[in-house]
Ligand binder design. Structure first.
Ligand SMILES: Nc1ncnc2c1ncn2[C@@H]1O[C@H](COP(=O)(O)OP(=O)(O)O)[C@@H](O)[C@H]1O
Ligand SMILES: N[C@@H](CC(=O)OP(=O)(O)O)C(=O)O
Length: 418
Protein backbone atom coordinates (compact mmCIF):
# COMPACT_ATOMS: atom_id res chain seq x y z
CA UNK A 1 0.00 0.00 0.00
CA UNK A 2 0.98 3.62 -0.47
CA UNK A 3 0.19 6.87 1.29
CA UNK A 4 -0.68 10.01 -0.70
CA UNK A 5 -0.82 13.42 0.93
CA UNK A 6 -2.62 16.31 -0.72
CA UNK A 7 -1.97 19.74 0.84
CA UNK A 8 -4.07 22.89 0.80
CA UNK A 9 -2.76 24.11 -2.58
CA UNK A 10 -3.79 20.89 -4.34
CA UNK A 11 -7.41 21.11 -3.13
CA UNK A 12 -7.86 24.89 -3.21
CA UNK A 13 -10.71 24.75 -5.75
CA UNK A 14 -13.03 22.37 -7.63
CA UNK A 15 -10.54 21.66 -10.50
CA UNK A 16 -7.99 20.74 -7.79
CA UNK A 17 -10.32 18.08 -6.41
CA UNK A 18 -11.04 16.78 -9.91
CA UNK A 19 -7.24 16.59 -10.49
CA UNK A 20 -6.81 14.71 -7.17
CA UNK A 21 -9.41 12.16 -8.26
CA UNK A 22 -7.54 11.65 -11.55
CA UNK A 23 -4.24 11.09 -9.75
CA UNK A 24 -5.98 8.51 -7.56
CA UNK A 25 -7.67 6.85 -10.54
CA UNK A 26 -4.39 6.60 -12.46
CA UNK A 27 -2.45 5.16 -9.53
CA UNK A 28 -1.35 1.59 -10.34
CA UNK A 29 -1.49 0.81 -6.61
CA UNK A 30 -5.16 0.73 -5.59
CA UNK A 31 -4.44 0.32 -1.88
CA UNK A 32 -4.17 4.01 -1.06
CA UNK A 33 -4.48 5.89 2.16
CA UNK A 34 -5.10 9.53 1.26
CA UNK A 35 -4.31 12.28 3.75
CA UNK A 36 -5.86 15.64 2.90
CA UNK A 37 -5.31 19.11 4.41
CA UNK A 38 -7.76 21.99 4.66
CA UNK A 39 -8.59 23.62 1.32
CA UNK A 40 -6.37 26.50 0.18
CA UNK A 41 -5.77 28.97 2.98
CA UNK A 42 -8.68 27.76 5.15
CA UNK A 43 -6.47 27.12 8.19
CA UNK A 44 -5.31 30.76 8.16
CA UNK A 45 -8.94 31.89 7.87
CA UNK A 46 -9.98 29.63 10.76
CA UNK A 47 -7.10 30.96 12.87
CA UNK A 48 -8.41 34.49 12.25
CA UNK A 49 -11.90 33.37 13.22
CA UNK A 50 -10.55 31.80 16.44
CA UNK A 51 -8.81 35.05 17.41
CA UNK A 52 -11.92 37.11 16.62
CA UNK A 53 -14.03 34.75 18.75
CA UNK A 54 -11.61 34.80 21.70
CA UNK A 55 -11.49 38.62 21.51
CA UNK A 56 -15.29 38.65 21.02
CA UNK A 57 -14.84 40.76 17.94
CA UNK A 58 -18.02 41.23 15.81
CA UNK A 59 -15.97 40.40 12.72
CA UNK A 60 -16.20 36.70 13.66
CA UNK A 61 -19.59 36.21 11.97
CA UNK A 62 -18.47 37.64 8.63
CA UNK A 63 -15.22 35.64 8.82
CA UNK A 64 -17.20 32.45 9.40
CA UNK A 65 -19.62 33.28 6.56
CA UNK A 66 -16.69 33.72 4.16
CA UNK A 67 -15.26 30.31 5.12
CA UNK A 68 -18.63 28.61 4.60
CA UNK A 69 -19.24 30.40 1.30
CA UNK A 70 -15.85 29.35 -0.06
CA UNK A 71 -16.64 25.69 0.64
CA UNK A 72 -20.24 25.88 -0.66
CA UNK A 73 -19.00 27.46 -3.92
CA UNK A 74 -16.70 24.46 -4.43
CA UNK A 75 -19.49 22.03 -3.49
CA UNK A 76 -21.86 23.55 -6.06
CA UNK A 77 -19.24 23.04 -8.78
CA UNK A 78 -18.74 19.37 -7.87
CA UNK A 79 -22.18 18.06 -6.85
CA UNK A 80 -25.81 18.30 -7.95
CA UNK A 81 -28.13 20.10 -5.50
CA UNK A 82 -29.59 17.64 -3.02
CA UNK A 83 -26.45 15.47 -2.82
CA UNK A 84 -26.07 14.28 0.82
CA UNK A 85 -22.65 15.99 1.08
CA UNK A 86 -24.41 19.38 1.46
CA UNK A 87 -26.02 18.24 4.73
CA UNK A 88 -22.82 16.56 5.89
CA UNK A 89 -20.86 19.80 5.46
CA UNK A 90 -23.61 21.90 7.06
CA UNK A 91 -23.56 19.55 10.06
CA UNK A 92 -19.78 19.87 10.34
CA UNK A 93 -19.93 23.68 10.29
CA UNK A 94 -22.61 23.58 12.99
CA UNK A 95 -19.86 22.52 15.42
CA UNK A 96 -18.28 25.98 14.98
CA UNK A 97 -21.69 27.66 15.26
CA UNK A 98 -22.26 25.98 18.64
CA UNK A 99 -18.81 26.96 19.86
CA UNK A 100 -19.02 30.63 18.94
CA UNK A 101 -22.57 31.05 20.27
CA UNK A 102 -21.20 31.01 23.84
CA UNK A 103 -18.58 33.28 25.34
CA UNK A 104 -15.08 31.74 25.40
CA UNK A 105 -14.34 29.90 28.65
CA UNK A 106 -11.45 27.59 27.78
CA UNK A 107 -7.73 28.13 27.14
CA UNK A 108 -6.87 29.66 23.74
CA UNK A 109 -4.98 26.58 22.49
CA UNK A 110 -7.92 24.28 23.25
CA UNK A 111 -10.42 26.57 21.49
CA UNK A 112 -8.03 26.91 18.55
CA UNK A 113 -7.91 23.15 17.96
CA UNK A 114 -11.68 22.69 18.20
CA UNK A 115 -12.31 25.44 15.61
CA UNK A 116 -9.31 25.12 13.28
CA UNK A 117 -9.72 21.33 12.91
CA UNK A 118 -12.98 21.91 11.02
CA UNK A 119 -10.92 22.82 7.91
CA UNK A 120 -9.70 19.24 7.52
CA UNK A 121 -13.03 17.77 8.64
CA UNK A 122 -14.82 19.46 5.74
CA UNK A 123 -12.13 19.08 3.06
CA UNK A 124 -11.81 15.32 3.59
CA UNK A 125 -15.57 14.77 3.55
CA UNK A 126 -15.78 16.65 0.25
CA UNK A 127 -12.86 14.71 -1.29
CA UNK A 128 -14.30 11.41 -0.06
CA UNK A 129 -17.74 12.17 -1.50
CA UNK A 130 -16.23 13.27 -4.82
CA UNK A 131 -14.11 10.11 -5.12
CA UNK A 132 -17.24 8.03 -4.56
CA UNK A 133 -19.15 10.10 -7.09
CA UNK A 134 -16.48 9.38 -9.70
CA UNK A 135 -16.60 5.63 -9.09
CA UNK A 136 -13.73 5.04 -6.67
CA UNK A 137 -14.74 3.08 -3.63
CA UNK A 138 -13.69 5.50 -0.91
CA UNK A 139 -14.13 5.46 2.84
CA UNK A 140 -13.70 8.36 5.26
CA UNK A 141 -11.67 7.62 8.37
CA UNK A 142 -11.94 9.81 11.46
CA UNK A 143 -8.25 10.28 12.19
CA UNK A 144 -9.05 11.47 15.73
CA UNK A 145 -9.77 7.88 16.74
CA UNK A 146 -6.47 6.63 15.28
CA UNK A 147 -3.76 9.24 15.92
CA UNK A 148 -3.82 9.41 19.70
CA UNK A 149 -2.13 12.40 21.30
CA UNK A 150 -1.68 13.91 24.74
CA UNK A 151 -3.61 17.09 25.49
CA UNK A 152 -0.94 19.56 24.38
CA UNK A 153 -3.35 21.53 22.23
CA UNK A 154 -1.86 23.04 19.02
CA UNK A 155 1.12 20.68 19.32
CA UNK A 156 -0.32 17.25 20.18
CA UNK A 157 2.37 14.69 21.07
CA UNK A 158 1.66 11.36 19.42
CA UNK A 159 1.25 8.29 21.61
CA UNK A 160 2.98 5.93 19.19
CA UNK A 161 2.16 2.54 20.79
CA UNK A 162 -1.56 3.37 21.06
CA UNK A 163 -1.63 4.94 17.57
CA UNK A 164 0.16 1.97 15.97
CA UNK A 165 -2.24 -0.48 17.63
CA UNK A 166 -5.36 1.41 16.48
CA UNK A 167 -4.14 1.89 12.91
CA UNK A 168 -2.94 -1.70 12.51
CA UNK A 169 -6.18 -3.02 13.99
CA UNK A 170 -8.57 -1.42 11.48
CA UNK A 171 -6.91 0.22 8.50
CA UNK A 172 -5.53 -2.83 6.60
CA UNK A 173 -9.04 -4.31 6.37
CA UNK A 174 -10.47 -0.97 5.16
CA UNK A 175 -7.77 -0.75 2.47
CA UNK A 176 -8.88 -4.13 1.11
CA UNK A 177 -12.22 -2.51 0.20
CA UNK A 178 -10.84 0.59 -1.55
CA UNK A 179 -9.17 3.89 -0.85
CA UNK A 180 -9.28 5.50 2.58
CA UNK A 181 -9.47 9.30 2.96
CA UNK A 182 -8.49 10.84 6.29
CA UNK A 183 -7.82 14.35 7.65
CA UNK A 184 -4.23 15.46 8.05
CA UNK A 185 -3.00 17.65 10.93
CA UNK A 186 -5.45 16.24 13.55
CA UNK A 187 -5.33 13.88 16.47
CA UNK A 188 -7.55 12.99 19.39
CA UNK A 189 -7.03 12.86 23.16
CA UNK A 190 -8.14 10.05 25.46
CA UNK A 191 -11.08 12.32 26.48
CA UNK A 192 -12.10 12.49 22.78
CA UNK A 193 -11.13 16.12 22.26
CA UNK A 194 -9.55 17.17 18.98
CA UNK A 195 -5.90 18.18 18.89
CA UNK A 196 -3.73 19.54 16.08
CA UNK A 197 -0.15 18.44 15.44
CA UNK A 198 1.35 21.89 14.68
CA UNK A 199 0.93 24.05 11.57
CA UNK A 200 1.50 22.23 8.31
CA UNK A 201 1.36 18.94 10.22
CA UNK A 202 -0.49 16.92 7.55
CA UNK A 203 2.82 15.69 6.10
CA UNK A 204 3.51 14.25 9.56
CA UNK A 205 0.08 12.54 9.54
CA UNK A 206 1.00 10.83 6.26
CA UNK A 207 4.28 9.69 7.74
CA UNK A 208 2.60 8.32 10.90
CA UNK A 209 0.17 6.19 8.85
CA UNK A 210 2.96 5.04 6.53
CA UNK A 211 5.18 3.97 9.43
CA UNK A 212 2.33 2.14 11.19
CA UNK A 213 1.23 0.36 8.00
CA UNK A 214 4.74 -0.26 6.67
CA UNK A 215 3.76 1.49 3.42
CA UNK A 216 5.74 1.04 0.23
CA UNK A 217 6.14 4.82 -0.08
CA UNK A 218 4.65 8.21 0.80
CA UNK A 219 3.98 10.76 -1.93
CA UNK A 220 3.30 14.37 -1.02
CA UNK A 221 1.70 16.23 -3.92
CA UNK A 222 2.83 19.84 -4.19
CA UNK A 223 2.55 22.93 -6.38
CA UNK A 224 6.32 22.72 -7.07
CA UNK A 225 8.29 20.22 -9.21
CA UNK A 226 9.89 18.68 -6.10
CA UNK A 227 12.27 19.84 -3.39
CA UNK A 228 14.17 22.83 -4.74
CA UNK A 229 17.31 24.51 -3.45
CA UNK A 230 15.18 27.50 -2.34
CA UNK A 231 11.57 28.62 -2.14
CA UNK A 232 10.59 29.63 -5.72
CA UNK A 233 8.24 32.26 -4.25
CA UNK A 234 11.33 34.10 -2.96
CA UNK A 235 14.06 33.19 -5.48
CA UNK A 236 14.26 32.83 -9.25
CA UNK A 237 16.44 30.20 -10.95
CA UNK A 238 15.84 27.53 -8.36
CA UNK A 239 17.17 24.03 -8.98
CA UNK A 240 15.31 20.79 -8.22
CA UNK A 241 17.02 17.95 -6.37
CA UNK A 242 16.23 14.59 -8.00
CA UNK A 243 17.32 12.76 -4.90
CA UNK A 244 18.00 13.66 -1.28
CA UNK A 245 19.07 11.66 1.75
CA UNK A 246 16.83 11.49 4.80
CA UNK A 247 19.63 13.21 6.71
CA UNK A 248 19.76 16.23 4.35
CA UNK A 249 15.96 16.45 4.27
CA UNK A 250 15.87 16.45 8.08
CA UNK A 251 18.41 19.28 8.16
CA UNK A 252 16.55 21.32 5.52
CA UNK A 253 13.20 20.99 7.23
CA UNK A 254 14.69 21.61 10.67
CA UNK A 255 16.06 24.94 9.44
CA UNK A 256 12.64 25.82 8.03
CA UNK A 257 12.27 24.63 4.42
CA UNK A 258 8.49 24.72 4.55
CA UNK A 259 8.00 22.27 1.67
CA UNK A 260 7.97 19.38 4.20
CA UNK A 261 6.98 19.42 7.88
CA UNK A 262 10.09 18.78 10.03
CA UNK A 263 8.57 15.83 11.93
CA UNK A 264 7.79 13.94 8.72
CA UNK A 265 11.13 12.39 7.87
CA UNK A 266 12.20 10.56 11.05
CA UNK A 267 9.41 7.91 11.15
CA UNK A 268 10.02 7.21 7.45
CA UNK A 269 13.76 6.97 7.91
CA UNK A 270 13.31 4.52 10.83
CA UNK A 271 11.02 2.32 8.71
CA UNK A 272 13.11 2.86 5.52
CA UNK A 273 10.07 4.13 3.58
CA UNK A 274 10.88 6.40 0.59
CA UNK A 275 9.30 9.87 0.54
CA UNK A 276 8.43 11.30 -2.86
CA UNK A 277 7.67 14.99 -3.38
CA UNK A 278 5.82 15.34 -6.70
CA UNK A 279 3.98 18.07 -8.62
CA UNK A 280 0.22 17.56 -8.58
CA UNK A 281 -0.09 19.40 -11.91
CA UNK A 282 2.37 17.00 -13.62
CA UNK A 283 1.90 13.70 -11.81
CA UNK A 284 4.05 11.75 -14.27
CA UNK A 285 7.17 13.81 -13.50
CA UNK A 286 9.58 12.12 -11.11
CA UNK A 287 9.79 14.93 -8.51
CA UNK A 288 12.27 14.36 -5.68
CA UNK A 289 12.87 11.05 -3.96
CA UNK A 290 14.11 11.05 -0.37
CA UNK A 291 15.71 7.80 0.74
CA UNK A 292 18.65 6.38 2.66
CA UNK A 293 21.42 7.26 0.29
CA UNK A 294 25.10 7.92 0.49
CA UNK A 295 26.48 11.40 0.61
CA UNK A 296 25.31 13.53 -2.33
CA UNK A 297 27.57 16.37 -3.46
CA UNK A 298 25.78 19.69 -3.28
CA UNK A 299 26.80 21.89 -6.16
CA UNK A 300 23.83 24.13 -5.48
CA UNK A 301 23.63 25.58 -1.95
CA UNK A 302 20.34 25.16 -0.08
CA UNK A 303 18.80 28.52 0.92
CA UNK A 304 16.11 28.60 3.58
CA UNK A 305 14.36 31.80 4.60
CA UNK A 306 12.15 31.93 7.67
CA UNK A 307 10.17 35.14 7.89
CA UNK A 308 8.31 36.74 10.80
CA UNK A 309 11.08 36.07 13.31
CA UNK A 310 11.64 37.63 16.74
CA UNK A 311 15.12 38.21 18.15
CA UNK A 312 14.93 38.39 21.93
CA UNK A 313 17.79 39.24 24.31
CA UNK A 314 17.40 38.25 27.94
CA UNK A 315 19.58 39.71 30.75
CA UNK A 316 19.46 39.57 34.50
CA UNK A 317 17.91 42.68 36.04
CA UNK A 318 21.19 43.62 37.78
CA UNK A 319 23.27 42.76 34.67
CA UNK A 320 25.11 40.00 36.54
CA UNK A 321 26.34 36.94 34.59
CA UNK A 322 23.77 34.63 33.02
CA UNK A 323 24.34 31.45 35.01
CA UNK A 324 23.35 27.84 34.31
CA UNK A 325 20.48 28.26 36.80
CA UNK A 326 19.20 31.26 34.84
CA UNK A 327 19.46 29.31 31.58
CA UNK A 328 17.59 26.41 33.10
CA UNK A 329 14.74 28.77 34.14
CA UNK A 330 14.73 30.41 30.69
CA UNK A 331 14.60 27.08 28.81
CA UNK A 332 11.83 25.94 31.15
CA UNK A 333 9.74 28.95 30.10
CA UNK A 334 10.33 28.28 26.40
CA UNK A 335 9.26 24.66 26.86
CA UNK A 336 6.16 25.72 28.82
CA UNK A 337 5.07 28.23 26.20
CA UNK A 338 5.83 25.78 23.31
CA UNK A 339 8.24 28.19 21.64
CA UNK A 340 10.92 26.46 19.55
CA UNK A 341 14.27 28.18 19.29
CA UNK A 342 15.62 28.60 15.80
CA UNK A 343 18.97 30.02 16.91
CA UNK A 344 20.56 30.94 20.25
CA UNK A 345 23.68 32.75 21.40
CA UNK A 346 25.04 33.42 24.89
CA UNK A 347 27.32 36.22 26.09
CA UNK A 348 28.45 36.99 29.64
CA UNK A 349 25.42 39.07 30.53
CA UNK A 350 22.78 38.17 28.01
CA UNK A 351 21.21 35.24 26.22
CA UNK A 352 19.83 35.91 22.74
CA UNK A 353 17.37 33.72 20.89
CA UNK A 354 15.47 33.82 17.62
CA UNK A 355 12.09 32.15 17.13
CA UNK A 356 8.87 32.29 15.07
CA UNK A 357 6.55 35.13 16.09
CA UNK A 358 3.27 33.92 17.57
CA UNK A 359 1.29 36.58 19.40
CA UNK A 360 -0.28 34.41 22.13
CA UNK A 361 2.90 32.45 22.90
CA UNK A 362 5.12 35.56 22.81
CA UNK A 363 2.91 37.38 25.30
CA UNK A 364 2.87 34.43 27.70
CA UNK A 365 6.65 34.09 27.46
CA UNK A 366 7.53 37.75 27.95
CA UNK A 367 5.09 38.16 30.85
CA UNK A 368 6.79 35.26 32.62
CA UNK A 369 10.34 36.36 31.73
CA UNK A 370 9.81 39.93 32.93
CA UNK A 371 9.32 38.71 36.51
CA UNK A 372 13.05 37.92 36.82
CA UNK A 373 14.80 39.27 33.74
CA UNK A 374 15.15 42.34 31.53
CA UNK A 375 14.28 41.79 27.90
CA UNK A 376 14.83 43.58 24.59
CA UNK A 377 13.49 42.42 21.26
CA UNK A 378 13.11 43.15 17.54
CA UNK A 379 10.42 41.57 15.42
CA UNK A 380 9.54 41.25 11.73
CA UNK A 381 13.01 39.85 11.02
CA UNK A 382 14.12 37.05 8.70
CA UNK A 383 16.33 34.10 9.48
CA UNK A 384 18.37 33.07 6.46
CA UNK A 385 20.05 29.67 6.57
CA UNK A 386 22.43 28.57 3.83
CA UNK A 387 23.70 24.99 3.72
CA UNK A 388 26.73 24.04 1.60
CA UNK A 389 27.36 27.80 1.33
CA UNK A 390 29.62 29.81 -0.93
CA UNK A 391 30.96 33.16 0.30
CA UNK A 392 29.86 35.22 -2.71
CA UNK A 393 26.29 33.93 -2.31
CA UNK A 394 26.22 35.12 1.32
CA UNK A 395 27.21 38.63 0.20
CA UNK A 396 24.52 38.59 -2.45
CA UNK A 397 21.86 37.47 0.04
CA UNK A 398 22.62 40.21 2.55
CA UNK A 399 23.01 43.22 0.25
CA UNK A 400 20.79 46.05 1.61
CA UNK A 401 20.20 44.11 4.83
CA UNK A 402 21.47 44.57 8.37
CA UNK A 403 22.77 41.40 9.99
CA UNK A 404 21.72 41.33 13.65
CA UNK A 405 23.15 37.92 14.48
CA UNK A 406 25.28 35.42 12.58
CA UNK A 407 26.45 31.85 13.21
CA UNK A 408 28.80 29.94 10.95
CA UNK A 409 29.73 26.27 11.01
CA UNK A 410 31.61 24.15 8.44
CA UNK A 411 28.48 23.45 6.42
CA UNK A 412 25.86 25.96 7.48
CA UNK A 413 25.53 29.73 7.90
CA UNK A 414 22.62 31.31 9.75
CA UNK A 415 21.92 35.04 9.75
CA UNK A 416 19.14 36.98 11.41
CA UNK A 417 18.55 40.02 9.19
CA UNK A 418 16.44 43.14 9.05
N1 LIG B 1 13.06 24.18 -0.81
C1 LIG B 1 11.83 24.27 -1.29
N2 LIG B 1 11.46 23.53 -2.36
C2 LIG B 1 10.20 23.59 -2.85
N3 LIG B 1 9.24 24.39 -2.33
C3 LIG B 1 9.54 25.14 -1.27
C4 LIG B 1 10.85 25.12 -0.70
N4 LIG B 1 10.87 25.95 0.37
C5 LIG B 1 9.65 26.48 0.47
N5 LIG B 1 8.83 26.00 -0.52
C6 LIG B 1 7.42 26.38 -0.67
O1 LIG B 1 6.60 25.29 -0.27
C7 LIG B 1 5.37 25.42 -0.98
C8 LIG B 1 4.64 24.11 -0.92
O2 LIG B 1 4.36 23.81 0.41
P1 LIG B 1 2.97 24.20 1.08
O3 LIG B 1 2.57 25.59 0.75
O4 LIG B 1 3.03 23.79 2.52
O5 LIG B 1 2.01 23.24 0.27
P2 LIG B 1 0.69 22.56 0.72
O6 LIG B 1 0.05 23.45 1.75
O7 LIG B 1 -0.12 22.44 -0.50
O8 LIG B 1 1.10 21.22 1.27
C9 LIG B 1 5.81 25.82 -2.36
O9 LIG B 1 4.78 26.49 -3.06
C10 LIG B 1 7.02 26.71 -2.10
O10 LIG B 1 6.66 28.09 -2.14
N1 LIG C 1 -4.11 22.81 7.18
C1 LIG C 1 -3.01 22.77 8.11
C2 LIG C 1 -2.21 21.49 7.99
C3 LIG C 1 -1.37 21.33 6.76
O1 LIG C 1 -0.47 20.52 6.73
O2 LIG C 1 -1.66 22.08 5.70
P1 LIG C 1 -0.81 22.05 4.29
O3 LIG C 1 -0.63 20.61 3.91
O4 LIG C 1 -1.69 22.80 3.34
O5 LIG C 1 0.51 22.72 4.55
C4 LIG C 1 -2.14 24.02 7.97
O6 LIG C 1 -2.37 24.80 7.06
O7 LIG C 1 -1.28 24.22 8.79
Amino acid sequence: MQVFKFGGASVKDAPGIVNLSEIVRNSPDKQLLIVVSAMGKTTNALEKLTRAYVEQNDEMHSLFDEIKQYHYDILHQLFEPGHPIFDEIANTFVEIEWTIEDEPQDEFDFIYDQIVSIGEMVSTRIVNAYLNKTGASSQWLDVRGYIHTDNTYREGKVDWPKTTKSIQHDVPALLQKGVVVTPGFLGGTSENFTTTLGREGSDYTASIFAACLNAQSVTIWKDVPGVLNADPKLFTDTVKYDQLSYAEAIEMTYYGASVIHPKTIKPLQNAKIPLLVKPFMHPDEPGTIITETDFITFNTPVIIVKQNQVLLSISTKDYSFISEEHLSDIFGLFAKTHIKLNIMQASAVSFTVCFDDDTERFEKLTTALKQNFSIKYNNQLSLITVRHYKTDLLKQLTTDKTILLEQISRNTVQMVVK
